[in-house]
Write a protein that binds this ligand. Sequence first.
Ligand code: B12
Length: 391
Amino acid sequence: MAGRRAGVADLRGPGFLNSDPTELKAALEREARALGFDCIGITEPGTIDNAGKYFLEFIASGGHGDMDWLAAQPERRVDPRGLWQDVRSVIMLGVNYGPDSDPLAILQQHTHAAISVYAQGDDYHDLIKKRLKALARWLVATAPSEVKVFVDTAAVMEKPLAQTAGLGWQGKHTNLVSREFGSWLFLGAIYTTLALPRDGAEIDHCGSCQACLDICPTSAFPAPYKLDARRCISYLTIENKGPIPREFRKAIGNRIYGCDDCLAACPWNKFAQEGREAKLAARDELRAPSLAELSRLDDTAFRVLFTKSPVKRIGRDRFLRNVLIAIGNSGEVALAEEARRLLGDESALVRGAAVWALGQLLPDQEFAAIKTDATAGEQDESVREEWQGVS
Ligand code: B12
């Protein structure tokens, strides 16, 4: 923080506004770091042509699944000027969220749940937006201009922009990889009307490595640098609103919210710096929560446990759906009791997943005995299909 104040003081002299853009850029970088950003780079509109072309191909192939918001108004996304015609520079920022332990170790604890690293702490959107706004305020106060800030949810191609701003390169898993922080980097953007000196683009350093492609449990990469979101566990557990397609249920294992496998496999992670901001720290209760306990959450308890967490946005029913898939994959017969209880849940999504979990855990005869009773009272077609094992 001392550095931050010094940075501001340096700039507030009367001559500053007339000083050269390089000086402004250097001061901006100091301010960004003081606010908790781990890296910063500057690019301009018109630098991500190929990405726009690939984006349109991705949408045309249907790779976005049910994420209609991603396909909407593509002209806004493929060029920053489509979103805001006055933008002259794009400031890209990164925050390192590298985990403090092996994020794949939890996959061996079958009676416990794996929540992806990014979702084990407070919602990064809130944290990064706060920092982006603070930096934008500083910029406007320092050099009169207009600004807009974005993190994740706007029609901004953050990864290609970050690559042309020099923060890293889009790896074969399609995420931005940094030489300093590996695959663990959140991104945010500030669009500004100022013409700032731009940084050089980073080049691809994946080489012949394809660890991220090989590790994917659902073979979600049809080719290097291309993801079919419909097969990605992150999409299936977070974005997908309906039942999880049968073909992916076993491969999901105990991953109940997002997936880190492709990120964790990246060899560049070994260069990730230690000592992250405390605010990105995982909450202890979300590192390896017990499936039995999670399966007992009602709506209120769900909201309390996931206060300020990104997990909250999928709601209790979708969350329980995911927990039941993990219960079905646990191999722990004692957990069948939890699934059995949820056969009576109000949500058809939950009841359907409970059927599948029971089918995995109980011997055929026992499952058939429950089925006779339960199907008699079941009105929902999707749950009836689960009992028949056809959905
Ligand atoms: C939609 C979305 C998703 C979707 C689709 C993922 C995807 N790859 O697009 C789903 C729900 C699956 C998802 C999952 C995750 N996401 Co997400 N997601 C986004 C979002 C909102 C838009 C991304 C987008 O535009 N996708 C559209 C497609 C077309 O883009 P793309 O896959 O990157 O496609 C590029 C490549 O395929 C390449 N390409 C295509 N063909 C070829 C050929 C060659 C030769 C080459 C070189 C390149 C190339 O060009 C395309 C365009 O750049 C961004 C935020 C944002 N506004 O940018 C966050 C974002 C990408 N997600 C993020 C994160 C953290 C994740 C997860 C790690 C979360 C988790 N742990 O579960 C996973 C990672 C899964 C994965 N391997 O991508 C971070 C990634 C940070 C980083 N370092 O890159 C972002 C940037 C959010 C943020 N602000 O930090 N996400």
